[in-house]
Design a protein around this ligand. Structure first.
Ligand SMILES: N[C@@H](CCC(=O)N[C@@H](CS)C(=O)NCC(=O)O)C(=O)O
Length: 257
């Protein structure tokens, strides 16, 4: 029986991917909640190979990174597998997982921090169920330096976020195509399913984004694999930034008569 401790930040989508993969494999683990930025120092002191969340200690190994964790979990406990045994199928899943990590994960993170920059009150909803060692109200009241650091670390400029929102419909099309092609959405779920569904689950905590995701195959995959993700941001992004998404979500026109 593996002994595992997972280091997370409340609201972290790659941390949710790691949690769901551990749960899917039935690996018992302890969850340690850290505050953003502070997490970097803690992981450094604990001699993890990196300073980002998720980081996992399992059977004496220290692993940082959601993709490193998915691979390590298959080594520690091969069943149920997170990657297909067929080499060509495995490459497709690895490509989708990498895209989910490098493109979708970063884009959703930038969009969320841009929303929080506009109003930090919703931050509290992301702390539901988290044990961070200080009262949640106090954490939100003193979050200004953390928000400023996250905006800087993650390159959260208005231009970048506007570009992310313009790209978002194309990202959803890509995910739906992977589901249609069987790369995502099969049984058992694979590492790319967990990576992508966790990022979309965070995106769906924003009222500005949820309606364009939930009714699509990508949205159904998300609610199946990540049924609950704490957090809620009421509509807050500028209407003109959301125009590319609205254009995409309009139902196809049906000829009358
Ligand atoms: N893409 C990597 C890195 C994830 C990452 O940047 N995690 C964020 C939380 S979502 C983090 O550690 N933020 C804290 C900080 O940068 O101070 C992964 O999937 O593991």
């Amino acid at each position: 029986m593996s002994r595992a401790t997972l280091y997370v930040i409340p609201g972290s989508h790659p941390a949710m991917a790691a949690r769901r993969m551990l749960e899917h494999k039935g690996i018992d683990y302890k969850r340690r909640d850290l505050m953003p930025v502070v997490s970097r120092g803690v992981l450094k002191v604990m001699r993890f190979p990196g300073v980002t969340i998720p980081s996992l200690r399992i059977d004496g190994r220290r692993i940082t990174g959601s993709r490193e964790i998915s691979k390590a979990l298959d080594e520690v406990q091969p069943d149920p597998p997170l990657f297909p045994s067929d080499p060509a199928e495995r490459v497709q899943v690895e490509d989708a997982e990498r895209w989910g990590d490098e493109i979708l994960q970063d884009g959703v993170r930038r969009i969320l921090w841009n929303a929080i920059k506009r109003d930090r009150k919703p931050l509290r909803s992301y702390l539901d169920g988290a044990k961070i060692g200080v009262p949640h109200g106090m954490a939100v009241a003193t979050a200004a330096p953390i928000i400023a650091a996250e905006l800087r670390i993650n390159g959260v400029t208005d231009d970048a976020v506007q570009a992310d929102l313009a790209a978002f419909p194309g990202w959803l099309d890509r995910i739906d195509n992977w589901i249609e092609g069987g790369v995502l959405g099969g049984e058992p779920p694979n590492a790319a399913d967990f990576q992508i569904a966790s990022a979309l689950a965070l995106a769906m905590t924003l009222d500005d984004l949820r309606p364009v995701i939930e009714s699509r195959p990508a949205g159904r995959l998300t609610t199946r694999l990540v049924p609950s993700f704490p957090g809620k941001v009421p509509p807050i992004l500028p209407a003109e930034w959301l125009e590319p998404l609205q254009a995409n979500s309009e139902p196809a026109s049906v000829p009358k008569g």
